[in-house]
Write a protein that binds this ligand. Structure first.
Ligand code: ZN
Length: 203
């Protein structure tokens, strides 16, 4: 299983990191070893003093596909979810400066939280889903899929022109504004519409 992540898919988050607005989606991959096992705490790795949360809407691919036209993309998924793309921002900034790949900053063990899945039929419109992340009971990130620069079906189409999508692959669709640092004893909770899909304790 692979984890395909989209960067810079919400305007406000592009601005907060002073990134350029992309002309095509920014795509990177996290290894399956980065998935935090369910019910496990997240341990801040030794190599970073600035790990950030990034809450993102997820799509689970249900069958093999490549060069998928966006109008057929809905045939390739039944379930949506919510997760965290943990990012060692200090390390990522250093790598970005040098034009080097980001993998170490985003693909380390535990850096991928995948919450419970929800059937897409539970949503009236997948391009109008609210989601939020709370840290210690306070809302720190709030988003709606309508604000994506590239919508879910367009992302599936785009990434499938480069990578064959396989059953079980997960797409992280990008984070809205409000990313921030975590410290030990923080407690993160992710909510998609009215359903809580994950909680993570930071150690
Ligand atoms: Zn991300």
């Amino acid at each position: 299983m692979k984890i395909i992540c989209i960067g810079r898919n919400y305007t406000a988050h592009i601005e907060e990191l002073a990134n350029e607005r992309p002309v095509e989606p920014v795509v990177f991959i996290k290894p399956d070893s980065s998935v935090l096992p369910k019910e496990q705490d997240f341990y801040i790795p030794e190599f970073s003093n600035d790990v950030h949360y990034e809450v993102e809407v997820l799509v689970k691919i249900k069958k093999v596909g490549k060069h998928i036209d966006s109008k057929f993309a809905p045939n390739y998924y039944d379930e949506l979810g919510l997760g965290i793309d943990f990012t060692a921002r200090d390390l990522q900034s250093k790598l970005k400066e040098k034009g080097l790949p980001w993998e170490k900053a985003k693909g380390f063990d535990g850096a991928t939280v995948i919450g419970e899945w929800v059937n897409k039929t539970e949503f009236n419109d997948i391009n109008n889903i609210n989601f939020q992340l709370t840290k210690n009971e306070e809302v720190v990130q709030k988003g709606n899929t309508s604000f994506m620069l590239w919508k879910i079906d367009e992302l599936i189409s785009y990434v499938s022109t480069f990578f064959t999508l396989k059953k079980g692959d997960v797409i992280f669709t990008g984070t809205p504004a409000g990313v921030g640092k975590i410290v030990p004893n923080d407690y993160l909770t992710g909510v998609l519409e009215d359903q809580q899909l994950f909680t993570v304790k930071i150690k």
